[in-house]
Design a protein around this ligand. Structure first.
Ligand code: DON
Length: 535
């Protein structure tokens, strides 16, 4: 998709077109992003949300950069060992399923904070299209129908009532979903602003839902939630400026460490997904994810050594022992078995307006449909973000990620994230807006997409389509998207000592590239229903 002026790329065609209409009607990129975010809460319930949280990275056309942390927080009653039984072992499922898994949602506060600083249309106007589709209904795509069908049992297990997503029959493409309760919630927000969610009826409904299932979120938790403006992480790669998210996301730091480690090597000459390129990326990734596990957490609670981790001299030392003849085995940190990740869901949207303002938002419920609990009467799913804490130091979470003290649970703390909304400039001009879901694979998907454009000379859609690989230190294996590597490359990597694991899909990117002539190229991931539209 190529357009002359403005573009939105998001996980759903309806959400994308709602964002684009906002810009056609005079709104800027931030207005469009807010409208798209609310629309995703209606038409992409597995990850779009009002019951979750996320991060926004912004670059205005005057060159100012900013980022907003609207990540969920642990409730006041949360405590370090809340997911451990009397023997000190992790309970099954409590950090991922049901009421205890939810952090205090940040999304609605985040949208209001963004709007207050940058918005030009009214919030009521930005939410209105979402109210309308909640009432009128929207048609399921084939993929959306399939996802609902695979989640029926869990909807029934974790809800005391029949949500709009329950069905005794098989959902089919074209079936219509109407959400009158969600429409009411959105109207409360339209009428009462931020307090329409964090106070009043909706807050009562959230707290009642919590009390019905051992959940911890209280009225005070909701009232006190506040998103935080943070200084973005920024650094250089081959003459480009990379602007990304700071802690409590690990994304920006890890991405820049990976890029620093890559810059000294001619990977364009080595080729995309060649043995040498994959070997280098995997060796860098296992080291960077090991740093992530030890050092990163909520900067409001732990001292994150951001400067040290981004120092070129540190990373030179850190990567100095990479050999091109042999694999460095990841240290064994835990003997625990890694649970397979259950089709997790997050979602990213990228927007550029006709004045060159840009915003990248990654937002999430964590797993698909979060903790699977829809707030009774309010019509939205709650997140299961508590699983992003390290519930037991050294034991992997649902993404197989290991963490330590820096990411232990404490009241009011934010759980460490991998979300990596990123903006790239070149010679002070906007060049790319990038991001994706994918849990632990988010960082490496963004990394590869940047390399695909900057080193391998791909266009935006081609860079998004390109097959991906991933290493995260532990488990000690290279995850390889089906078809990513030729048989020869696979054999060569195995001979070097890499364990390869072929997996289905990695990531669902939504990206925008500014072409040399100033037009915009969207890259919407064919792995999902993602759609880029522009004018
Ligand atoms: O913040 C994080 O890193 C995770 N909660 C993101 C989850 C995710 O991307 C799942 N999506 N596929």
């Amino acid at each position: 998709m190529i357009a002359n002026h403005a573009m939105v790329s998001s996980a759903h065609p309806l959400a994308t077109s709602i964002g684009l209409d906002i810009m056609r009607n005079g709104g800027n990129a931030i207005d469009a992003a807010i409208a798209t975010h609310f629309a995703l809460a209606v038409v992409y319930p597995q990850a779009g949300n009002v019951g979750g949280g996320g991060f926004a990275v912004i670059r205005m056309n005057d060159g100012t950069i900013n980022s907003l942390d609207f990540r969920e927080k642990a409730p006041a009653l949360a405590h370090r060992d809340m997911f451990l039984n009397a023997e000190g072992q992790l309970y099954d499922l409590r950090s991922t399923h049901g009421h205890m898994a939810s952090g205090v949602p940040g999304a609605v506060d985040g949208m209001f904070a963004l709007h207050q600083k940058y918005g030009t249309l009214t919030m009521a106007e930005l939410i209105e299209p979402s109210v309308e589709i909640s009432l009128r209904g929207y048609a399921l795509t084939p993929l959306a129908a399939e996802i609902l069908n695979t989640n029926q049992k869990e909807f029934q297990t974790y809800n005391r009532w029949s949500t709009p997503y329950h069905s005794d029959q098989i959902w089919e493409a074209g079936d219509t979903i109407r959400q009158p309760d969600l429409a009411k919630t959105l109207k409360h927000i339209q009428t009462n602003g931020r307090n329409g969610f964090y106070d009043g009826i909706v807050a009562d409904q959230i707290v009642a839902e919590m009390q019905s299932g051992n959940g911890l979120i209280s009225h005070a938790d909701l009232k006190n939630y506040q998103s935080v403006w943070r200084k973005p992480i920024s650094g250089n790669y081959r003459g480009h400026q990379i602007i990304s998210m700071a802690p409590p996301s690990s994304g920006g730091i890890a991405l820049l460490q990976l890029l620093q480690g890559t810059e000294g090597y001619p990977i364009a000459d080595w080729g995309h997904n060649s043995t040498k390129t994959i070997h280098l990326m995997s060796e860098l990734e296992r080291r960077v994810y090991a740093d992530r596990a030890l050092y990163l957490g909520d900067p409001d609670f732990v001292k994150v050594p951001i400067k040290q981790l981004l120092k070129p001299s540190y990373n030179q030392r850190r990567f100095a022992d990479i050999s091109f003849d042999v694999v460095t085995p990841s240290e064994r940190v835990s003997a625990g078995e890694i649970p397979p990740s259950e089709s997790p869901e997050t979602t990213h949207l990228s927007v550029v307006d006709s004045n060159g303002n840009a915003v990248a938002i990654t937002t999430t419920l964590n797993s698909s449909f979060g903790n699977k609990v829809m707030v009774k009467g309010a019509g939205f799913f709650l997140n299961n973000e508590m699983d992003d804490f390290s519930s037991k130091p050294g034991s992997p979470n649902q993404f197989g990620l290991i963490g330590g003290e820096a990411n232990a649970i404490l009241p009011h703390k934010r759980m460490l994230s991998s979300m990596t909304p990123t903006i790239v400039t070149y010679k002070d001009q906007l060049k790319m807006v990038v991001g994706t879901p994918g849990g632990s694979t988010i960082i490496t998907s963004v990394y590869q997409t940047l390399l695909n454009v900057i080193d391998h000379g791909m266009g935006m859609q081609e860079a998004v389509n390109a097959k991906r690989v991933h290493h995260q230190w532990y488990p000690d294996e290279v995850r390889v998207e089906t078809g990513a590597l030729t048989e020869n490359v696979q054999t060569d990597l195995e001979q070097l000592g890499h364990q390869l694991r072929i997996t289905d899909k990695i990531g669902r990117m939504d990206c925008i590239l500014v072409l040399p002539d100033g037009r915009l190229e969207g890259g919407a991931d064919p792995r999902g229903d993602n759609t880029a539209l522009g004018y």
